[in-house]
Ligand binder design. Structure first.
Ligand code: AP5
Ligand code: MG
Length: 213
């Protein structure tokens, strides 16, 4: 099963993608997590990506597409995957479509997690993320068992550099301009499913599990 998570920054794509990956035994592929791991390790890719990410802009398609196609070509992705944060532009979606079509494959579900902009800025300031395994928490809504420490892998939790309110507003602008058109793109392909992202994490996951069966 090949699933795409759509939604604004902070809508809960990563949170739900992790749950889906666990329940259905699929790899969770997040381009944002891949970039952050590269930044942490000081790679050339990380240095290049950081310039855009810190400004709330998108990393150029050329860079992003190559990384994603390499990742989904790995063995663990043979039985499908959950894409979180990719595609983010129509050209990215088109490249993915073409690559899959060559294999006689296609996306099964594009799940759009809907949250209004006002709720997003509030969520982001409370988010804490694990740079080692990508798990996310919220200091009020979804706190870790031990403050500052990841429940899953025991690593330190950080506040992301791009979660400052002014950067979040920029990311929302970029989302509406460049990423929201993907909702229509996948609607036209007949694979779009919508869930209300303002509910609790568990309620949202129940709705998604009903969709995926
Ligand atoms: P990326 O890491 O993908 O960030 P994003 O899309 O902006 O999304 P977020 O990770 O911020 O939010 P999310 O939807 O995953 O929400 P989460 O589950 O954490 O990308 C970062 C940057 O990398 C981009 O800006 C860009 O520069 C670059 N990039 C990445 N991919 C790219 C691409 N394809 N092309 C070009 N550039 C790319 O939840 C948010 C918070 O809310 C958490 O604290 C969480 O605990 C909490 N929460 C979750 N669910 C609930 C709930 N139901 N109720 C209350 N709180 C909740
Ligand atoms: Mg995320």
């Amino acid at each position: 099963m090949k699933i795409i998570m759509l939604g604004a920054p902070g809508a809960g794509k990563g949170t739900q993608a992790k749950l889906i990956a666990e329940k259905y035994g699929l790899p969770h592929v997040s381009t944002g997590d891949i970039f952050r791991a590269n930044i942490k390790n000081g790679t050339e890719l990380g240095k290049e990506a950081k310039k855009y990410m810190d400004a709330g802009a998108l990393v150029p398609d050329e860079l992003t597409v190559k990384i994603l196609l390499d990742r989904v070509a790995q063995k663990d992705c043979e039985g499908g995957y959950v894409l979180d944060g990719f595609p983010r532009t129509i050209p990215q979606a088109q490249v993915l479509e073409d690559a899959l079509a060559k294999l006689g494959e296609s996306i099964d579900y594009a799940i759009n997690v809907e949250v209004p902009d006002e709720a997003i800025v509030n969520r982001m300031s409370g988010r804490r993320a694990c740079v080692s395994c990508g798990a996310t928490y919220h200091i009020v809504n979804i706190p870790p068992k031990k403050e500052g420490i990841c429940d899953v892998c025991g690593s330190e939790l950080i506040l992301r550099d791009d979660d400052k309110p002014e950067t979040v507003r920029k990311r929302l602008e970029v989302y509406h301009e460049q990423t929201q058109p993907l909702v229509d793109f996948y609607q036209n392909k007949g694979v779009l499913r919508e869930v209300d992202g303002t509910k609790t994490m568990e309620e949202i996951f129940d709705s998604i599990a009903k969709i995926l069966g």
